[in-house]
Design a protein around this ligand. Structure first.
Ligand code: ADP
Ligand code: MG
Ligand code: ZN
Length: 609
């Protein structure tokens, strides 16, 4: 349950106006009960004159402005009441009134109670103006997106959750991260234990890892495990239109948190405010810098034994200001990496609990096919599979749904209505079989698990999937060279069979070039450059591009070497296919007919030749 808690201690002013109004009315009713009911009766001029003559009239006032006479007179029952009548030019009237002993009153006989009339004539309009004014200004502030009047007052969107409802059981894999955070949970459970011995726990921990690996989830799980409130705010929410607002938000966040201690404060995407401060610029970064400074100050300021733990998440740790990372601040760094094979299987199982799965699901197979997928990708795969099952009118998710959704998530939706001409289809079939054959005919190469020529929305007209048996952390030079040959195998088949080439190999070319370049510049796999790092990788988490770190002459040499490497692999692929021409033709025909061949089918066909 997320409830926004913009704590505003001030009751709106209108509340006080309402109370004052009610009190005045009550006073009025108590003090002047008779006046409240006093009514003014209108009478004709004739009647007025006859009342004068009968001696009923006691006091009279001429209201020349209003062109009327207001008078008090006794009624039949003996009570005095207020009357009014129109004024007529009557010279004798004064004489006549005098004769009847009528008093000429100094004051108009009150028609309404004094308090009520003051209320109505003075206070009510003022209140109305203020209320309308406030309403308008509030509306304006809303449309401006900031609280212009209360500068420095917190209107931060701080999301406080009393219970996140997540536990470590919801986070699959990530055992190292969970272990690192378990201590924080224990600390929040029992801060006194640590205080007693004089130990200071780290004030903050920084969760670092690629997007979708469960950083936010882990932070929530820590709060859930420790049963403490969870304050979360995203770094971007600190950056406001007005300078100083971000800093105020930080101040307020920490004030609220220390009131609720023990608790967790979670700052998501901290890199938006925590970027390295640099001297230059046109002063445009003032706001961010102020916010960061305030954050640093607050982190230093609060009492570490109280039980406020700050977690932050980022996927660009290298861009963070070093001041944030020094001891006493986010000195603990918890890596949250992409899940490995075991982790992927565990994540699939966690999310599978939420949907009806058929009894016979091979999670391991799915996990093996999704190397490189993040937790969020895997959650998405399960959901896509469930959607597909519904689409096909089934009530449980089957293995085939999962397999299909792996491809959907990895390669985009099947493009059923993309119509390829028979000739194009033939080219694609040979191309894919080319990849598969080159892969299969080399020893150190991942087994082929699927070949298909069903086009995808992502633009691929077909693809050959290779899946390793286990997780791979190292790639030998031979394996890299084999992979290069496999990548060039598609184009090689096209050349051999059709004598011309198509645009279909663009993705292969891109991948091959990347791999060849990395072999030379980063993995030291070329004789020419030996173990010299020629490139540095910017951000390893966001798949950042490498940048050259060498002279222009060397860059030229690297390019030549890359070309030579790819060329060698290409020639190797052509050689392999030339030796297996007959198999190539037969398999391509088979694929054309079936559109999809599984890995097992492929291997058994291959073994029979
Ligand atoms: P991040 O903050 O690292 O970008 P999130 O924590 O927002 O990633 O994760 C997004 C979603 O992916 C989560 O809500 C969850 O459903 C799923 N997910 C990610 N990692 C895991 C994991 N280790 N175990 C279970 N689910 C995960
Ligand atoms: Mg996140
Ligand atoms: Zn290809």
């Amino acid at each position: 349950m997320t409830d926004k808690a913009p704590k505003n201690p001030k009751k709106p002013l209108i509340f006080y106006y309402a109370i004052t109004l009610v009190i005045l009315m009550l006073l009025n009713a108590l003090l002047f009960p008779s006046l409240m009911q006093r009514q003014v009766t209108e009478v004709g001029y004739n009647e007025f004159l006859s009342m004068v003559d009968q001696g009923q009239v006691e006091t009279v006032v001429y209201e020349t402005d209003e062109q009327r006479i207001v008078f008090e007179a006794k009624k039949e029952d003996g009570k005095t009441a207020v009357f009014k009548t129109g004024m007529f030019p009557d010279d004798k009237l004064v004489e006549r009134l005098d004769k009847a002993g009528v008093q000429f009153a100094a004051q108009i006989p009150t028609q309404t109670s004094p308090i009520l009339s003051i209320l109505l004539s003075y206070i009510f309009p003022i209140v109305l103006i203020i209320v309308v004014g406030q309403w308008l200004s509030k509306k304006m502030m809303k449309s401006m997106g900031g609280n212009t009047m209360t500068f420095g007052k917190a209107n931060a969107k701080i999301y406080a959750e009393t219970e996140t409802g997540k536990t470590f059981a919801d986070v699959a894999g990530q055992d190292e991260a969970k272990e690192a955070l378990a201590e924080i949970v224990d600390f929040l459970h029992n801060p006194n234990k640590y205080a007693a011995i004089g130990a200071k726990l780290p004030k903050g921990a920084l969760l670092v890892g690629p997007p979708g690996t469960g950083k936010t989830l882990l932070a929530k799980a820590v709060a859930g495990e420790a049963h403490v409130p969870f304050f979360s705010i995203s770094g971007s929410e600190f950056v406001e239109m007005f300078v100083g607002m971000g800093a105020a938000k930080v101040r307020d966040l920490f004030k609220q948190a220390s009131e609720k201690a023990p608790c967790i404060v979670f700052i998501d995407e901290i890199d938006t405010i925590g970027k390295k401060r640099d001297g230059g610029g046109l002063g445009g970064n003032d706001e961010r810098e102020q916010t960061l400074n305030q954050l640093l100050t607050e982190m230093d300021g609060f009492d570490g034994t109280k039980g406020v733990v700050i977690l932050a998440a980022t996927n660009r740790p290298e861009s963070l200001d070093p001041a944030l990372l020094r001891p006493g601040r986010f000195d603990r760094r918890v890596p949250v990496e992409l899940p490995d094979l075991k982790g992927r299987e565990a994540i699939l199982r966690v999310h599978a609990k939420e949907v009806h799965m058929s009894g016979r699901i091979d999670y391991n197979a799915i996990a093996r096919a999704t190397s490189g997928a993040s937790g969020a990708d895997l959650a998405n795969i399960i959901n896509e599979a469930a959607l597909r099952a519904v689409r096909l009118g089934r009530s449980t998710v089957e293995q085939c749904d999962l397999e299909e959704s792996v491809e959907v998530v990895i390669a985009g939706y099947q493009r059923k209505n993309a119509v390829l001409s028979p000739r194009e289809k033939e080219i694609v079939a040979y191309h894919e079989i080319g990849h598969a054959l080159v892969a299969a005919k080399q020893s150190d190469s991942a087994p082929v698990t699927k070949i298909t020529i069903v086009p995808r929305t992502s633009g691929a007209l077909g693809y050959t999937m290779q899946v390793d048996e286990g997780d791979r952390y190292l790639m030998s030079k031979t394996e890299a060279e084999n992979k290069l040959a496999t990548l060039t195998g598609g184009r090689a088949a096209e050349e051999l069979i059709f004598g011309s080439v198509t645009t279909g190999a663009s993705n292969d070319i891109e991948q091959a070039t990347k791999l060849a370049r990395a072999m030379i510049t980063r993995f030291g796999m070329s004789r020419k450059f030996d173990m010299v790092a020629l490139e540095t990788v910017g951000n390893s988490y966001l798949g950042g591009d490498a940048s050259l770190a060498c002279s222009n002459e060397t860059a030229t040499l690297i390019d030549q070497e890359v070309i030579a490497t790819v060329k060698t692999a290409h020639e190797k692929a052509i050689g392999i296919l030339q030796n297996n021409m007959e198999v190539l033709h037969r398999f391509a025909a088979h694929l054309l007919e079936r559109e999809t061949i599984t890995g097992e089918e492929f291997m058994s066909l291959l073994n029979r030749t």
